[in-house]
Design a protein around this ligand. Sequence first.
Ligand code: PRP
Length: 218
Amino acid sequence: MGEERYLTIALTKGRLAKQTISLFEKVGITCEEINDPNTRRLIFVNEELKLHFFLAKGPDVPTYVEYGAADIGVVGKDTIIEEHRKIYEVLDLGFGKCRMCVCGPESAREFLKSQEQIRVATKYPNIAKDYFYNQRNQTVEIIKLNGSIELAPIVGLSEVIVDIVETGSTLRENGLVVLEEICPLSARVTVNPVSMRMENERITRILRQLNERNDSQL
Ligand code: PRP
């Protein structure tokens, strides 16, 4: 074998990290240090497989992959749609399943019916814009927030929100309901288009391994 370069894999911090790391471990792509909660290290190495790993904030993962700073990125479908980067989405990992929804108090249903110009709070302005402008043909005001989106209709910042619903308990505990479903979501593997060409064999092998051992799809 010739000199292999390091392939770099970007993983999403937070909710998806644990399941992603354990799936990689199942296929023998291990990296012990990444599990150390006390480490301040940002990049992890598997010398044997010539791999680098790093954890990044979800919305940054497609950016690293588009620029080729990461060859492979694991990230939620929500982030892929929202960020709209030039990357290949190659595999649905089947975990991190949830839905992108329009939510609000039951009383907000009439605003949707009557196509009123309402305020929509969201962490996903592009998804919200596309849904309301292109799919529903409803003019709305989009208000960008960075977290705890459910607060917005409660304190009167917006009439509805566009947000992720997983178990539905955040909505329930705050007296909100799903008003409309936009799309289903889950964790996806993305690849840089140039890497896909240049390192096709290695990347395809990793994808095949991940796909074969991924029982969360069943
Ligand atoms: C997400 C999402 C909802 C919640 C949905 O927020 O924005 O608030 O999870 O999950 P559930 O249906 O199981 O209750 P996250 O916890 O990621 O944090 P955030 O509020 O900072 O966005």
